[in-house]
Design a binder for this molecule. Structure first.
Ligand code: PMP
Length: 414
């Protein structure tokens, strides 16, 4: 078995790792192997420094004051919006709405768009492999409006069943809400085809891009979806900040969902008028440092050769899959050939949580459990899996550590 970290000519993983201070530490007496980036990615110096510079040098509230610090903070905050807009191929920065993350972005759409467009008998279709944050908000609004949330079947290998989706579509389907990449399995969903299918019956299509933004360049306009949601913390940015992108005409027609400062034009007891995009959806003081940090994460990703990053990540995953095939009793979940960043598995005769704990004792961080995808776990009839997830800073040597760790787990548990 080749255990040396293979470097792509255009991508030097060691140079990239050097930018992530957290990775260079020992956990339980072993060098840390961080394989939990699907839960949250680690942060490069550029992001940490951008946040620290803001708090040390120009902390002030945005948009409201005529002083130097407020002006500097406002420029950096809005500059970050422009960076994110360019990063995802949005025609205008106003279509980039700051939220707390994917969850809040989806709740914004479900409350604002869903609350005004869904009526008795309408249907919302969601694949069975979705994260709870792309299921529960739809159930909540559906319960209020008399609509129904229905599950789009997922095949045994963990792919959205497009034939089944096509058969489910009719003119009562108002929305198809689908993840770009599954956090539980890593399946890359055929979102272009799903957008086309949804639009074929006049439905809106929302894509949950939480797992996709760190792995591949996104172009929301080319994709043609109506809404695209993602979180900063999964793409090397900070927690507490995320984005809802939407088609301009849709966003403009949607009512605000939270009221307060920033989102108004005029307030009177006789009646209040609201700001235009994006501010009508950004009530209250935003996460200024978070937005600036996310802008820095975009700079970080833009400084890399994304296709070389993709080759590196795919190499890691292929290598992990190859090694997993030699582990006795290892059952892999999510066997689609279009997979990004995730190895989800169980060791027969063991509990996922025990495997996670015993790996942690060797300094290896993985996630165990249902991965906020209980309907999918129910389909596989398992309470949860062990999930090793890879990011651009992982190495083949770390994949080796995972499998050496699993051998040890086997020797301890059997
Ligand atoms: N969707 C997917 C596919 C996810 O992986 C996650 C986070 N695990 C979410 C939504 C929710 O993201 P957040 O908790 O950042 O709002």
């Amino acid at each position: 078995m080749n255990t040396t970290a293979r470097k792509s000519p255009a991508f030097d993983v060691e140079t990239v790792r050097a930018e992530f201070p957290i990775l260079h530490q020992e956990v339980n007496g072993q060098p840390l192997v961080y394989l939990d980036s699907a839960a949250t990615s680690q942060k490069p110096n550029m992001v940490i420094d951008a946040i620290s510079d803001y708090y040390r040098g120009y902390n002030a509230n945005v948009h409201r004051a005529a002083h130097y610090l407020a002006d500097k903070a406002t420029c950096a905050f809005e500059d970050a919006r422009i960076k994110v807009a360019d990063f995802i191929g949005s025609t205008t920065p106003e279509q980039v709405i700051w939220t707390r993350g994917t969850t809040e972005s989806i709740n914004l759409v479900s409350n604002s768009w869903g609350g005004t467009h869904l009526t008795e008998g309408d249907r919302v279709l969601v694949p069975a492999l979705e994260h709870h944050s792309n299921i529960v908000p739809w159930q909540m609004v559906a319960a209020r409006c008399g609509a129904r949330v229905e599950e789009i079947p997922v095949t045994d290998v963990g792919e959205v069943d497009l034939d089944a989706l096509a058969n489910m579509l009719d003119n009562r389907v108002r929305l198809v809400a689908c993840g770009h990449i599954s956090n539980a399995l890593g399946t890359v969903n055929p979102v272009e085809e799903i957008v086309e299918l949804g639009h074929g019956v006049g439905a809106m299509v929302l894509i949950d891009g939480a797992q996709a933004v760190a792995h591949a360049p996104i172009n929301v306009e080319a994709l043609g979806c109506d809404f695209y949601a993602f979180s900063g913390h999964k793409m090397f940015g900070p927690t507490g900040i995320g984005v809802l992108w939407g088609k301009r005409e849709l966003l403009e027609a949607m009512p605000p969902w939270q009221g307060g400062g920033e989102m108004i034009e005029t307030v009177a007891f006789a009646g209040t008028t609201y700001q235009g995009l994006p501010y009508r959806f950004e009530a209250g003081t935003p996460d200024i440092a978070g937005a600036i940090g996310l802008g820095a994460a975009v700079d970080f990703l833009n400084s890399l050769d994304r296709s070389a990053v993709n080759t590196h990540e795919q190499d890691l995953l292929n290598y992990a899959v190859e090694r997993s095939e030699n582990v006795e009793g290892l059952v892999r979940y999510g066997r689609s050939h279009v997979n990004a960043g995730v190895l989800s598995f169980l060791l027969s005769g063991t509990h996922a949580a025990d495997v996670g704990t015993l790996l942690d004792q060797q300094g290896i961080a993985v996630r165990t459990g249902h991965h906020c995808a209980q309907p999918l776990m129910a389909q596989y009839q398992v309470p949860g899996t062990v999930r090793a997830s890879f990011a651009l800073y992982n190495t083949r040597a770390e994949v080796d550590r995972l499998f050496e760790g699993l051998e040890k787990v086997r020797s301890l548990l059997f």
